[in-house]
Ligand binder design. Structure first.
Ligand SMILES: C=C(CC[C@@H](C)[C@H]1CC[C@H]2C3=CC[C@H]4[C@H](C)[C@@H](O)CC[C@]4(C)[C@H]3CC[C@]12C)C(C)C
Ligand SMILES: C[S@@+](CC[C@H](N)C(=O)[O-])C[C@H]1O[C@@H](n2cnc3c(N)ncnc32)[C@H](O)[C@@H]1O
Length: 366
C-alpha cells in the first residue's frame, strides 16, 4: 500500500515537473512564445520532416552547386523560414538579427539601439513612407516606426511571417503605421519612386545576386532618398585557402539559407553598379563595438534546456516531427557563427549607406 502511494506521488511530481517545464516555462530569451507553440510555419505537421530534409539536401551542398540553381533559392528560403520562425521567436525574440553588445545594456536594449540607428541614417521622419526589405516578424519595423513617426511597409517572402508580423503590429497598436506585404524582394509589387527611404537588416544576404535586390530597392526609392543595409559578409581576414575558415563560412551558409556569402568589399561596388551613391560603409562589429556573438555563446546552457524542451514536446506529439532536427541544425549554426565572430572572418553588420541621386546630380567618381 505504501509503495503504491509512493509511486503515485512520484508520478504526480513527475507530471507536475513536465507540465511546468513544457507549458509554463516560456522562451529561453523572451517571454511571449512557449515551447508548446512551435508550429513550423505554414507547413502541415506531417510534412515538416520532409521539408527539412529537402532544405538540408539543397543548402548542404557547396556554394557552386547552389549557384547553378539560383532561381530555386527564394522558395528554399521560404521553406527555411517556415521551419525556423517559431524557434527564432521563442529563443531570440521578434528581431531576427544581431547587434553589437553594449556594456551595461541588455540584449533587448542593444537590439533596439541597432534598429533605431537606421532612423538617423536614412533621416526617416513623420509623413515618410519607408520600406523594410526582408522584414521578418517586424521587430525592427515597429521600433523604427515608433522612433521616426514614419509609416513603414515591410516585405517578406514568407506568408507565415506576414501573419505573425501583422498580429504583433495589431497588439502593439501599430497596424495603422506598419504594413506587411508577402512578396519577393527581387520583384517587388511597388511602384517606381514610391518610398522616401529604405533599409534592410540582415536580409539581402539571402539574394542569390546582390545587384538584383539593390536594383529593385533603387527602383522603388524616390530620387534623393536614402537606403541603409546591414549586410552579412566575409571580412578582409577571411582566407579562402584556410580549410577552417572555409568550414566556418560554409557552416554559416548551410544553417542560414545563404546562397554564398559575399566579401565586404563587393557591397559598395554592387551598390554603385545599380546607380546608388555610396555615402558611408563601416563594419559595425569592429571595436569599440562589443562582441555581437556573445549573446550566442552565453546561451549554451539555455540551448540544452531548449533541446530537452523540443524533444519532450515532440515525444508528446505537441510539436511536429522534425523540430528536433531543425533545432539541432540551429545549434550547430550558432557554433559556426560564434567562430566567425571570434576569428573576425565574418560580420553580420557591414553597414552601407546609399543615396539614390537626384536627376542630374553628379555621381562621385569612386
Ligand atoms: C539573419 C539571420 C538570422 C540571425 C539570427 C537571428 C539567428 C541565427 C542563428 C539563430 C539561432 C541559433 C541557435 C538557436 C538555439 C539552438 C535555440 O535553442 C533558440 C534559438 C537560437 C538561439 C536561434 C535564434 C536566432 C539566431 C540567433 C540569417 C538567417 C540570415
Ligand atoms: C534574418 S530575417 C531578418 C528579418 C528582419 N530584417 C529582422 O531583422 O528582424 C531575413 C528576412 O528576409 C526575408 N527574405 C529573404 N529572402 C527574401 C526574398 N527573396 N524576398 C522577400 N523577403 C525575403 C525573410 O523572409 C526574412 O523575413
Amino acid at each position: 500500500m505504501e509503495t503504491a502511494a509512493l509511486l503515485w506521488t512520484a508520478a504526480l511530481v513527475a507530471a507536475g515537473v513536465i507540465y511546468w517545464f513544457v507549458w509554463v516555462m516560456g522562451a529561453a530569451e523572451v517571454q511571449g512564445k512557449r515551447a508548446v507553440d512551435l508550429k513550423m510555419g505554414s507547413i502541415t505537421r506531417d510534412k515538416v520532416q520532409d521539408k527539412y530534409k529537402q532544405y538540408w539536401s539543397f543548402f548542404r551542398r557547396p556554394k557552386e552547386t547552389v549557384e547553378l540553381s539560383a532561381e530555386k533559392i527564394p522558395a528554399f528560403v521560404d521553406t527555411f523560414y517556415n521551419l525556423v520562425t517559431d524557434i527564432y521567436e521563442w529563443g531570440w525574440g521578434q528581431s531576427f538579427h544581431f547587434s553589437p553588445a553594449i556594456p551595461g545594456r541588455s540584449h533587448r536594449e542593444a537590439t533596439r539601439l541597432h534598429e533605431e540607428r537606421v532612423v538617423d541614417l536614412i533621416k526617416a521622419g513623420p509623413g515618410h513612407r519607408i520600406l523594410d526589405v526582408g522584414c521578418g516578424v517586424g521587430g525592427p519595423m515597429r521600433a523604427i516606426a515608433v522612433r521616426s513617426g514614419s509609416s513603414v511597409v515591410g516585405i517578406t517572402i514568407n506568408e507565415y511571417q506576414v501573419g505573425r508580423a501583422r498580429a504583433h503590429n495589431r497588439k502593439a497598436g501599430l497596424d495603422g503605421t506598419c504594413e506587411v506585404v508577402c512578396g519577393n524582394f527581387l520583384q517587388m509589387p511597388f511602384a517606381d519612386s514610391s518610398f522616401d527611404g529604405a533599409y534592410s537588416i540582415e536580409a539581402t544576404c539571402h539574394a542569390p545576386r546582390l545587384e538584383d535586390v539593390y536594383a529593385e530597392i533603387y527602383r522603388v526609392l524616390r530620387p534623393g532618398a536614402l537606403y541603409v543595409s546591414y549586410e552579412w559578409v566575409t571580412t578582409a581576414l577571411y582566407r579562402a585557402d584556410d580549410p577552417e575558415h572555409v568550414e566556418t563560412i560554409q557552416g554559416i551558409e548551410r544553417g542560414d539559407a545563404l546562397p554564398g556569402l559575399r566579401a565586404h568589399d563587393q557591397v559598395a561596388e554592387i551598390a554603385r553598379k545599380v546607380g546608388f551613391q555610396v555615402l558611408e560603409e563601416l563594419d559595425l562589429a569592429l571595436p569599440p563595438a562589443g562582441p555581437w556573438w556573445n549573446r550566442l555563446k552565453m546561451g549554451r546552457i539555455a540551448y540544452w534546456r531548449n533541446h530537452i524542451l523540443v524533444t519532450i514536446t515532440t515525444i508528446l506529439r505537441i510539436a511536429p516531427k522534425g523540430v528536433v532536427e531543425v533545432h539541432e541544425m540551429l545549434y550547430e549554426t550558432a557554433g559556426h557563427l560564434t567562430r566567425g565572430g571570434e576569428t573576425g572572418i565574418f560580420t553580420p553588420m557591414y553597414m552601407i549607406v546609399c543615396k539614390k541621386p537626384i536627376d542630374g546630380e553628379k555621381l562621385p567618381s569612386s
